[in-house]
Design a binder for this molecule. Structure first.
Ligand SMILES: Nc1ncnc2c1ncn2[C@@H]1O[C@H](COP(=O)(O)OP(=O)(O)OP(=O)(O)O)[C@@H](O)[C@H]1O
Length: 686
């Protein structure tokens, strides 16, 4: 393999689709991505400077692509039955077949015989279509139908603030209908085993029929892989896979303890495997085929066979920022002149089991994998992955001029209500897209929201994201940066779901309105205290199940009232942000204690606040801001004294090492910059 190339080789196997998964010495990951499930064996060849991936699954010979959408085994109209002969509705869909990284070695004892592979006929699936169906038939006829409506449906029962909001019911006309819950309920009646939000979010293993259903994943070429780790008593096959699609090693465990999350989740992987080893795995080796090669409609195609380009295809301009996981540079494509952001993947960061075992941090694998499969205007686009020398790897992303955190720190005035609406709508669209596709972001915060000069907001940093499924499995609660972390996480909940992201969205909305973070705790207890002081101390009445959470026994501040409205008074001309009753209702619903009652992204998008005046500003009319140099930089104060709105887009020139100046219609501004990328006499350190 040439240096700087991503080598993806495949073996054509003679047997079943998964017969040829190489075991033993390989330290591979099983990725169920898009339409095929394949074993990818990523390895770093440091001497040759390449990320080598071998896809060891037998395939059709078509290029290996990151992809997301699936197909059905059954033709339309054909209604499969489960093992008991109960017919199941055909029309359910899964918009996104999640990408799964499994630990192959952890599952090395599980051979292909334990897999259930279904090659299915395929019809083209439109990414945005609500009509498409993904069914996961298994030997015996049981199938899992996954519908986006099932994700959201039923989640908003009892929606509302635990402390009555001063809002007339007319403001939330759909409340009693559960914000369009009817469809979800009908589907539940029709399909007793279908997922619904109450199951996918908070159902326990005991009460969820999901214990005996399958979680599907579809291969890129239409193979269906059934994750039947929980069922085998009735002759179903077991397919060994990660619990919900991926394992995690998370930002906060790096930041806080350097342990837990990935290990915790890996332990769960091992538990699943042990369970299988303990004798429940079926002897039946099954490979079902329909004989028809599916057609693939990509959500986003990325041809890995083309290999990775070199980072030297890009001219590095300056360092934009450095996150926990890597530096981010601004760069220019030498061929096209296009500006991009290069995120250097940190290889040696914290304790990452994957890093030790596979030479590549899990978080980066997950981030690359998820981002390359997503295609949404509110999700930052990763164009490609490129190799540098010295074993470095870069994600090439579309360049965004600002992140919301840096921007708000630089702004004198907070965003106007119509600007907040514009940003919130984009944020909610992005979060809805994630949740519809069974992905939790788990680190939504203002520094992970990027804004460009076209008024577009995009979510970035998927290093902590992961798939979720039903039934919920325990995940680490050490997720989400403290200030944006939901109370259930702070209280140690291990089973959580999309609601954790919605809490973060609530914190972000409040911050957009005031320009200041809402709850700025110094530690977890302090964070909870701050939340309780503002929203009132929760109790079992407003949050059933609270007392069962590990942290609930602690002696917290007792505050009987919700004081949130005091922070967001309606009265204009006070200097405080003006938030209408409707806007406050949305905020209150986002910051609802009980995750079951917390508003979903879908419902938030339909909230009446967005229909009342002032209406959302359109993106084109969003203000532009000065260059990004001050973003989260040591010399941020220099920028703070500038009126970012009045400067508009300036041009930057390097006049001295580390010094920038730009001209605007208001004069010349000089920024002293300690940017190591600028000061580095060696030039780019690719
Ligand atoms: N596509 C982009 N365009 C411009 N700036 C970007 C882009 N992606 C990231 N950044 C900047 O880099 C910062 C860090 O990026 P990112 O959050 O992806 O890295 P990280 O290492 O995962 O950070 P964190 O510490 O939040 O985990 C962002 O806050 C943003 O300022």
């Amino acid at each position: 393999m040439a240096a700087g190339r991503l080598d993806v080789s495949r073996r054509q196997g003679g047997g079943g689709y998964f017969d040829k998964v190489k075991r033993g010495g390989d330290r591979g990951l099983v990725r169920k991505n898009g339409y095929h499930s394949s074993t990818i064996v990523p390895s770093f060849d440091f001497r040759r400077g390449g990320l080598s991936c071998r896809d060891e699954e037998q395939q059709s010979g078509e290029p290996w692509q990151f992809n997301a959408f699936g197909s059905s085994k059954y033709e339309e109209g054909e209604i499969p039955a489960n093992e008991d002969g109960v017919q199941l509705p055909a029309e359910k869909k899964r918009k996104f077949s999640p990408i799964v990284w499994d630990v192959e070695e952890k599952k090395a004892k599980i051979s292909s015989k334990n897999r259930v592979v279904q090659r299915s006929s395929t019809r083209d699936v439109n990414v945005v279509s609500d009509e498409d169906v993904v069914k996961s038939p298994v030997k015996g006829g049981l199938e899992l139908l996954v519908d986006k409506d099932c994700v959201d449906g039923g989640s908003t029962d009892g929606i509302g603030s635990e402390y009555p909001a001063p809002l007339s019911s007319s403001l939330h006309p759909k409340k009693d209908e559960g914000y369009d819950q009817e469809q979800g309920q009908v589907e539940e009646e029709e399909l007793p085993e279908a997922r619904n939000i109450s199951m996918s979010r908070w159902a326990s293993d005991d009460d969820s029929p999901r214990d005996t259903t399958l979680i599907d994943d579809k291969g890129m070429h239409g193979e269906m892989v059934y994750r039947t780790d929980l069922i085998n008593r009735e002759g179903f096959q077991r397919e060994v896979s990660d619990r919900d699609g991926s394992s995690s090693s998370l930002l906060d465990e790096r930041a806080y303890s350097g342990s837990s999350a990935s290990e915790y989740e890996l332990q769960n992987d091992v538990m699943d495997i042990d369970d299988i080893r303990d004798g429940n795995a079926s002897d039946n080796e099954m490979e079902q085929t329909t004989g028809e090669e599916p057609t693939v409609t990509n959500q986003r195609g990325f041809n890995m066979l083309e290999g990775c380009r070199s980072v030297f295809e890009y001219e590095r301009l300056n360092e934009i920022n450095e996150g926990t996981y890597g530096k981010v540079y601004k760069a220019r494509d030498k061929k096209t002149g296009e500006f991009v952001a290069l995120k250097k993947v940190k290889i040696n960061v914290g304790r990452d089991k994957y890093l030790e075992e596979y030479g590549f941090p899990l978080t980066s694998l997950r981030e690359i994998n998820i981002l390359m499969s997503f295609d949404h205007p509110s999700i930052v686009r990763v164009k490609e992955v490129v190799m540098g020398d010295l074993d470095s790897v870069f994600m090439v992303m579309e360049y965004m001029e600002h992140d919301l955190k840096g921007l708000m720190q630089a702004m004198k005035q907070p965003f106007s209500t119509s600007e907040v609406k514009c940003l919130m709508l984009q944020l909610l669209e992005g979060v809805k897209y994630l949740h519809d596709n069974w992905v939790l972001h788990r680190d939504l915060k203002t520094s992970n929201l990027l804004l460009n000069n076209q008024g577009e907001l995009k979510v970035c940093d998927f290093g902590m994201s992961r798939q979720y499924g039903s039934p919920l499995k325990p995940y680490t609660s050490l997720v989400v940066t403290l200030w944006y972390r939901a109370p259930e996480l702070l209280l140690g909940a291990k089973k959580y779901s999309t609601a954790v992201d919605m809490w973060s969205v609530g914190c972000i909305m409040a911050e957009m309105l005031t320009k200041e973070p809402l709850f700025t705790g110094k530690g977890e207890i302090d964070q909870l205290d701050k939340i309780f002081k503002t929203l009132g101390t929760p109790n079992e009445t407003i949050w059933p199940g609270l007392s069962k959470l590990p942290g609930a026994k602690a002696n917290f501040v007792k505050q009987p009232y919700n004081q949130l409205r005091k922070k967001f008074p309606f009265t204009p001309f006070t200097g405080s942000p003006v938030l209408s009753d409707s806007g406050f209702d949305l905020l209150n619903r986002l910051l609802t204690y009980d995750p079951e009652k917390r508003i979903t992204a879908d419902d938030a998008l339909n909230h009446p606040w967005f229909n009342e005046v002032p209406l959302s500003k359109s993106k084109e009319f969003m203000p532009t801001f000065p260059p990004q140099y001050a973003k989260n930089r040591p010399n941020q104060r220099t920028m703070k004294c500038l009126d970012s709105r009045s400067i508009g887009e300036g041009r930057q020139y390097q006049v001295l090492s580390g010094t920038y100046w730009w001209i605007s219609s208001f004069g010349i501004y000089i920024l002293f910059c300690n940017d190591p990328a600028v000061l580095d006499p060696q030039g780019p350190e690719y």
